[in-house]
Design a protein around this ligand. Sequence first.
Ligand code: GLY
Ligand code: MN
Ligand code: MN
Length: 451
Amino acid sequence: MDNNLYAEHMATLCRRYDTILEACGFETLNVFSGAPRLQFLDDNPYPFRVNPHFKALVPVTDNPHSWVIYQRGRKPKLLFYRPVDFWHYVPPVPQAFWSGFYDIELLGKPSDAKAFLSADSAAFIGESDSLRDWPLGSDNPELLINRLHWARAYKTPYEIACLREANRIAMAGHRAAEQAFRSGASEFEINQAYLGAAGQGEHRMPYGNIVALNAHAAILHYNHLSTERLPESELRTFLIDAGADCHGYCSDITRTYAYADNAFAQLVAAMDEKQLELVDGLKPGLPYPALHRQCHLKVGELLAQFGVIKTSPEGAVESGLTRPFMPHGLGHFLGLQVHDVGGHQSGPDGGTTPPPAQYPFLRSSRTIEENQVFTIEPGLYFIDSLLEELKASPLATEVHWEKVEAFRPYGGVRIEDNIVVHAAGNENLSREGSVPTGFNKVTETTVTPSN
Ligand code: GLY
Ligand code: MN
Ligand code: MN
């Protein structure tokens, strides 16, 4: 990891936190990494997911009971939990590219943190249910959180390097997954191949991997992982939506493959072209919902081109006919969280700008700006429940239902890439060598993932 990149990132973060704390009237910010949660009537915890505000400050994702104490204008303090514990993994004392930027105190037990905390002029961000009567400060103040969330949409070069690396890791997984699909593996086996090539376990994945053969691709968040191996005659299509982690930053990539050279394969290829056009359309100054509308027009074009609808693409968007075929949003912010925060925020202080009424699942209503990172993920699906509704609606006469039936066994197609909006052009993190001509890649820095 390039230390200068991290130093520059920390300088940006400190300026950001100093300004925001002052504006909100706080001197100190106490950020808790979180406590493990036990499953109901059980002594086993759920997998630990760190407070995103903790990993925004320190690239540590696997250590509960830890704290960052950030005081305006001072070197931040990290309270790092290191119990004597023969049951659980205890992370080593930090000696990483980032550790020199913190005064580190080791905690032998969770309650040792109390001695370092003060509620005076302080704000607390985290889950406080295990911390009753602790001196935390103002509990998750909305204005402070809004301002931090707003700022998180603008990525530093270090963050972009982490996202680039999270994409590189995921792409290795995707290559292995495609091979496993082509050799007849089950969904479960494909997922194993993905995780093996990515070198990350399932609890490190930013979200549950979607590994869907055939019609399962029509279930948008399909996580079932069937162990059934399909005979070659039934191997038709494969949709995989899976990411990876780098220092707490996520990738989120989807690919769709056809087993045979048929109409569905042509639909996948045509969608790939449309997806790349939408990637090119991601430009500073454009409201993200406008790009989402362009996406619906392209879905309309595909539906017309493949004989699924009788209406013109424009007419299909106008009447709402494209919506059952593409029910989700074009994409979302990406960063420390896979659906990164602030997509509907109206301004730094808060407020909500909802997505257009006809597209309620669109996750960004903001105007695109430089240094933001988005996914672009158009899809076209044949979803039983939505098709039933369509069939019962006045729009049913606009559909060639025999084409729908022909495509239904394939489930659907989605192509998803992760895109950085730079001043000089877009950088597609999810495809090899796809930097536009005339564009200087901002940095070639690679980040060594922590394991
Ligand atoms: N993997 C969830 C999404 O694409 O938003
Ligand atoms: Mn995805
Ligand atoms: Mn996504």
